[in-house]
Design a protein around this ligand. Sequence first.
Ligand code: NAD
Length: 330
Amino acid sequence: MKQHHFQVVITDCDHGSIQEEQEELDRIGVHLILAQVQEEKDLIRVSREADGLLNQYALLTRKVLENLPRCKVISRYGVGVDSVDLKAATDLGIVVANVPDYCMDEVANQTIAMLLTLIRKTAFFNQKVKSGRWDFHLGTPIYRTKGKTLGLIGCGKIGLEVAKKISGFGVEVIAFDPYLQKVEGKVELTDFDTVLKKSDFISIHCPLNESTRHLIGRKELQKMEKRPLIINTSRGPIIDETALIEALREGRISGAGLDVLEKEPPDPENPLLKMDNVILSPHVGFYSEESISELKRRTAKNVSDILMGRWPSSVVNHEVKGKTRVPLSE
Ligand code: NAD
């Protein structure tokens, strides 16, 4: 029988196969268990002997963590770690790791796909032609991209990727990001109002938090002088949807491409669903076969790194340094 040195538990996940995780952890002799549990008592029961956890949504509370005497690492599928009580993990010497950058290319492509779809009105024309109307006049006016300005709100990993990719279309990129002093490439950092005022297209790439909730509201929409197209592939509540609907109805905004909404899925009577100049997708930005495969592999790699005594590439609770349950080298 195969000798297992470690036990690792996947508390829960919403993907079918765990082949990538298995392959990654097989290398270091891990017995991998897919538990699919959510309740506190079940989490404790399945993870009691675990050396490490892979986690998606199940809440790892202080009580759960206090009952996992062998656990050295929790690795979260994806970016957000709100499912884990970080303070408790740090107190107990458990490293919490995540995978922050597995889908930059996908989200940037989703952003540009939505932008070009709105600019060239491809989704609109597709509908018209299929319903028997062969007439490009139905979609006028259309403008060229060259010389237009794209304003980014947030210029981190994804915003920067969008900026790089769009440069081939002759679009100038300006960005508002209060936490950056400079940005690589041809992006001009500027203030929030200038982005609102000068942009022909606006794309949102900041995180959702208390200071960005409804960052784009009625007042901000009124400052947009160029009747811009707005793209949001970040998080729905960053835009006040009621104010956006009003601005779209009044023609102050030319159109919107939204991969994320305030309420997902939207209510069937959400007016955005009926607007010709609005295109929607079901929070799909992160997804490609390759990105998911990379996510699974890297989530498992975080665990194997710790069990082999190395810091993983992305640790969330840096304060745990010096009190981890296993000695770790950089
Ligand atoms: P990132 O952390 O690399 O970049 C975010 C940037 O936003 C940072 O540079 C930060 O300084 C800036 N920022 C913070 N507060 C701001 C504010 N008030 N105004 C303007 N900028 C602000 O993150 P990322 O990898 O580029 O991801 C951006 C967002 O995309 C994530 O927060 C996430 O919500 C979203 N996302 C969506 C999908 C999807 O499937 N649609 C997938 C992945 C990520």
